[in-house]
Design a protein around this ligand. Structure first.
Ligand SMILES: [Zn+2]
Length: 408
């Protein structure tokens, strides 16, 4: 074997350098998540009459549960009724679907968007804008009920896309519908949807985005930012990843560098910090926590990759101590500028302070999902001038309770 010709060696060296520089450039571009552009073309806005901007949280609807029984579809009718009652009683400006919109592990159909869309239709029919964030059940694979394999056999399954009895052919599918498919279908078919598909670099999490609520005086003047984070589950672990935390940090620094504009966070699965402030399960909820049901342990994300530290550090504005009316559990020299809202635990509906934040559970809205506690919806009411956030729970039967002020 002779030695390589010098010019061939040089060419090989050139090619190697090119390869290395291309790989470096590629990895750089992957590291640099673009900030998500704000939808300023059509921002959410406070109204000129000074009325608060009111949000209804619809959490854990779990549409499509046990669709092959009488019980499942009856649950979905119940969820329709709860949302109608809340929309009529509160007339919110905006609705947030806080994950577990569907129970995908019970949906043997090719396109779970049919069930997803049914949940949205209640809000759409009222002409209200909304946004959605994913929960752990929304893109889950179909779970074959073991009783189907007993002596009685596999029941007749209705696959709504074709609306024909299960025949074992392509009318049914057991693969689940991906997060990308669900979010894309929602956005494509709904002008009222403010849901946004987050940066691809945060994959496999998808529902990561920010919405601005603008002043009635100026559509470009932000009053509050809503952040939505995909807390996983279903097709990947139940976490808010380091990449998501970093994305939030860059995004919030970019559009709100002094944290002077309050930020409200929405995700489905509570972070591990919820465990630290949780009242002992099944005991009374005492001040400074506010709520009405405390029936189970917090079921948190599986690990913590920095998002809570970043959120806590966002509340950087110092205010005189006497302006803080929260008695304990809150850093007295920090003004709470951030509140976090989660679903997932159907047997919890409290808000508790944590460091400079408030951590709140929604209220189980759907008749699907475990638990028989009466259904309702957490309402968030934001005043622009002077700025304040208050919250309460509106029940299906029209009653309301658990009023809490989340700002000084
Ligand atoms: Zn749930």
């Amino acid at each position: 074997m002779g030695r390589a010709h010098p010019s061939i060696a040089f060419l090989l060296l050139l090619f190697f350098c090119f390869l290395v520089s291309t790989l470096v450039a590629l990895s750089d571009s992957r590291r640099q998540d673009p900030l998500l552009p704000l939808p300023n073309a059509n921002p959410l806005r406070f109204s000129a009459d000074g009325s608060p901007f009111k949000i209804a949280l619809f959490a854990d609807l779990h549409y499509g549960e046990n669709a092959w029984t009488d019980w499942g579809p009856a649950q979905d009718d119940g969820s329709d009724r709860v949302m109608s009652a809340v929309l009529d009683a509160e007339d919110p400006d905006f609705v947030i679907y806080l994950g577990d919109v569907i129970t995908a592990n019970n949906l043997p159909i090719t396109n779970a968007s049919l069930y997803w869309d049914r949940a949205l239709s209640l809000t759409r029919n009222k002409g209200k804008p909304w946004s959605t964030v994913f929960g752990n059940h929304d893109d889950a694979l179909f779970e074959w009920p073991s009783e189907w394999f007993s002596a009685t056999g596999i029941p007749q399954v209705n696959c709504p896309s074709a609306n024909v009895p299960f025949s074992g052919d392509t009318d049914c599918s057991f693969k689940g519908t991906t997060r990308i498919d669900l979010i894309s279908t929602e956005i494509k078919n709904n002008v009222l949807s403010r849901t946004t598909r987050g940066p691809n670099t945060l994959w496999p999490s998808v529902s990561n985005y920010v919405l601005q609520v603008s002043s009635y005086k100026d559509p470009m003047l932000p009053v509050v930012f809503f952040y939505f984070l995909d807390s996983g589950g279903g097709s990947y672990p139940e976490v808010v990843s380091k990449a998501q935390a970093k994305w939030f940090q860059r995004q919030s620094q970019g559009i709100n560098p002094n944290a002077s504009i309050p930020e409200v966070i929405f995700w489905h699965i509570p972070s591990r910090a919820y465990q630290k402030v949780a009242p002992v399960p099944t005991t009374q909820i005492h001040t400074p926590c506010v709520g009405s049901i405390n029936k189970e342990k917090v079921a948190p994300q599986v690990s913590e990759w920095g998002i809570m530290d970043i959120l806590a550090s966002r509340a950087s504005v110092k205010v005189p101590k006497h302006h803080i009316h929260l008695s304990s559990g809150v850093d007295d020299d920090l003004e709470p500028r951030v509140a976090v809202f989660a679903g997932h635990n159907h047997g919890l509906d409290w808000c508790c302070p944590y460091k400079s934040l408030w951590l709140c559970f929604a209220r189980h809205t759907g008749y699907g999902g475990y638990g028989n506690w009466p259904r309702g919806s957490r309402i968030i009411s934001i005043d622009e001038q002077p700025f304040s956030i208050t919250s309460w729970i509106r029940m299906e039967d029209g009653t309301e309770h658990s009023h809490v002020v989340l700002t000084p």
